[in-house]
Structure formats: C-alpha cells, structure tokens
Ligand binder design. Sequence first.
Ligand code: SF4
Length: 241
Amino acid sequence: MPTLALHVVDLRRRFDGAEPSCVLEAVLGEVFTRRIAVVSSFGVDSAVLLHMVAAIDPATPVLFVDTGRHFRETLEHRDRVVRQLGLSDVRSVGPSPEEVARLDADLSRATWDPDGCCAFRKIAPLERALAGFDAWITGRKRFQAATRSELAVFEVDGERAKINPLAHWSPADIDAYAARHDLPAHPLASRGFPSIGCAPCTSAVLEDEHGRAGRWRGFEKTECGIHRPAARSATTLQSVK
Ligand code: SF4
C-alpha cells in the first residue's frame, strides 16, 4: 500500500470519533504543519469550520476559488467572515483574464457546458493553488448529499491527504455551533438557498426539495469536480477547451 494511504489509515485509527477541533489541532499543529490549507466556498455554513481554524491559527492559508461568477452576497459574506474571524492569509484563486476571454467570452458557458466551465473556473485554479501543500481541509458533511453519505474524515486525494473534520456533523450541530459563537449568516441562507455555488448555477429550493436541488438545476451534474483528483490532474495537464 502506498505511503500516503498507510498514513491516512493510521490517522483514521488515531482520530476515530474525535471532535472536529481535536482533528484540526492535530493536522494544523502537528501532522501537516505549514503544509496544509483550508479550501472554503464561503457558503452557507463555511464560517463554522473557519471559526475552528481561526481559533487554532488565524494565519492558516485559506483558498477561495473566485470563479468570477459568485453572487455579490457571497463576496460580501466572505469579507465579513474574514474580518470577524481575523483570518490573515485568505487567497483568492481563479481563472486568468486570458482564460475567461478565450473560454467564456460571453459568459454563457455555464448554460451549455457546465463541466467545461467548472473545469477552467474552479478545478484548474484550485489544482494550481494546492501545489506545495501536502493536505487540504474541506467543510463537507455527510448529510449534504447522497454522494457524500459515506464521507470519511481522512481521505486520500491523489497525492495529498484531504481532511473533512465536520463529516459526521448534523445540521443541528452546525446551527448550534454557529449560534454559540455568533457567527455571521450568509445573506442568501434565509432566502431559500441552503447550498450556494455560482450565481448562474444556483437557484432557491422549495421546502420539500433536497438542499442541493438548486445546484445545476436542469443538468445531471451534482458536483463541480474539485473533489475528484483525477478530474483535477486531467484538467491541469490538458488545456481546457
Ligand atoms: S458552478 Fe456554474 S458558473 Fe461556476 S464554474 Fe461551475 S458551471 Fe461555471
């Protein structure tokens, strides 16, 4: 078994059942010191994970994939969260102006090729930004989607480890933590948006719909692809067409 896989197996055994803050203290302070970044969309409940990280080390690198298609409210929420938590190393990464001009000049690509749009706006920029890091932290939870129902706290992600400290938390856990620490709410959360991505690909959901039903509505697509290492390396190695 490759070394990284063995390492991840060992971490799973060592932190089985551990609280998120305990996992974060270990990976930030001991296991992957200065070789680890948080990736955040500054979505509906992102402030919870970021608050835990900031309490340990506010200088932890936080990567925000700025696709250029976010809601204005998301960018304002990002700035509010960064200010309130005192995060000092938030890095916005995204497509270059040349890529946008070449691949989506009229900004319509999301409507006819969302996979291609995510490839150059999200997947490739994130892969470039992760260069130099051995591990990354996400805020994904099992309750968010059927595709995440088996999510482990520690995963192998290509050549890196990926850590999902909140994997086993419920919506009630998230809400309680946010209330306890008086964390800012995303302005769209109370307007029918339980899951928020780019503006062209996110719509409000009805009360009886799944929380991610508003993502890429009308397409079979359910994930942007940043959590598939094969997609990231393929996108980075080839030029996006
Ligand atoms: S979520 Fe939509 S707008 Fe954003 S990168 Fe993907 S396809 Fe493009």
